[in-house]
Design a protein around this ligand. Structure first.
Ligand code: ZN
Ligand code: ZN
Length: 364
């Protein structure tokens, strides 16, 4: 957990949490190391402290609250970083990925939807939950954020389905409207970008082009399914993509979140295509693009947030069990829980290619 903004990660013994009605207690197998936690830890994303971070988890169902039907004690399961309330306007329209309660309650106050946390320290004082607070041995999640996993899937590695791959799937399927043989360009080959490349391949994309500024990340992109790469440090990446695709791609996913790459993404999109933005920028940052080419070519610029936890994680679990998707191929570093601070430091220094995994029960 983290005691205050800017403070280091530290290991503390908390009381074992109990799930309420409609909630699930997971014994965590692993938690992925994602940038968003880092922004919370260093204070650049406002949150309440003390807090348990970590929002990309898999584990075994240890206990279920009243009214939970789709998972049972002993099931292998993955948790989504988006934890839908199931009751708000968006949830009732099957738009759980933009659940209003999740953003206004959990991401603001660090609680679940009865307004209280499930985590208390040894003194009985509350510890706030960033999503489920997955950097821990146990976590409570609303049941709508928990999807069962096929027994054949590697439980620990499937943790990263819960944020990186859920984001990739939502962007490609729900917003990008990907079809077999589609041409997909992905700007940025960090955890989400590489997940998008692997998912595009699993979903039958034809040409997949990775754009990044480091050679190691582009090499990882090729390993995961990119059919071509563009090194944005040598020459104009827009020209390169247009040349490779004969005028632009049907789907361009921007996973960087910078004004320049957003503009480039719009310019890499083919006439009638979709430019999907998933990269997050600090608040107040704006991007610009030239109006008329976008209008004339009917380019759609669309934001995409995560995916629909239960149906999309179920679909991702199926891709894994069919052998079409291998989350393990993205995982390059593994750490025990007591070394979470080291993992996030390396992530902040840009020294993690792909995804790092914190494995509970592993020891250093
Ligand atoms: Zn994340
Ligand atoms: Zn909701």
């Amino acid at each position: 957990m983290v005691r205050a903004a800017g403070a280091d990660f530290r290991l503390e013994e908390l009381r074992r949490p109990t799930p309420g009605p409609g909630e699930v207690l997971l014994r965590i197998a692993a938690c992925g190391v994602c940038h968003t936690d880092l922004h919370v830890q260093d204070g650049s994303l406002a949150f309440r402290f003390p807090a348990t971070l970590g929002h990309e988890v898999s584990g075994t169902v240890e206990e279920v609250g009243d009214g939970v039907g789709h998972v049972a004690v002993g099931d292998a399961a993955v948790g989504a970083f988006i934890m839908p309330c199931g009751r708000c306007r968006m949830c009732t329209m099957d738009r759980e990925e933009i659940c209003e309660t999740f953003l206004s309650v959990n991401r603001r106050y660090g609680t679940l939807y009865d307004g209280t946390t499930r985590l208390y320290d040894a003194d009985g004082d509350p510890v706030w939950m960033y999503s489920m607070g997955g950097l821990a041995e146990y976590a409570v999640l609303p049941a709508l954020a928990v999807a069962p996993l096929p027994a054949s899937a590697s439980l620990a590695e499937c943790a990263i389905l819960g944020c990186a791959f859920l984001t990739a799937y939502g962007a490609l399927v729900h917003v990008g409207d990907i079809g077999t043989g589609a041409t997909v360009v992905v700007l940025g080959s960090g955890g989400v970008g590489l997940s998008t490349i692997a998912t595009a391949r699993a979903l039958g994309a034809g040409t997949i082009i990775a754009v990044d500024i480091t050679r190691e990340r582009l090499a990882a992109a090729v390993e995961l399914g990119a059919t071509a790469t563009v090194d944005a440090t040598s020459g104009d990446p827009v020209d390169a993509v247009r040349e490779l695709t004969g005028g632009g791609a049907e789907i361009v996913v921007e996973a960087v979140g910078q004004p320049r790459t957003v503009r480039q993404a719009t310019e890499m999109t083919a006439a009638g295509g979709r430019c999907v933005l998933v990269g997050i920028a600090p608040s107040g940052v704006t991007a610009e693009f030239e109006i008329t080419p976008l209008v004339r070519r009917k380019v759609q610029v669309l934001g995409s947030m995560g995916g629909r936890p239960l149906p999309d994680l179920t679909a991702l679990g199926r891709l894994v069990s069919e052998g079409a998707l291998d989350p393990g191929a993205l995982i390059t570093r593994r750490f025990p829980l007591e070394e979470a601070g080291t993992a996030y430091r390396l992530l902040g220094e840009g020294r993690i290619i792909g995804r790092a995994l914190i494995e509970m029960g592993a020891s250093s």
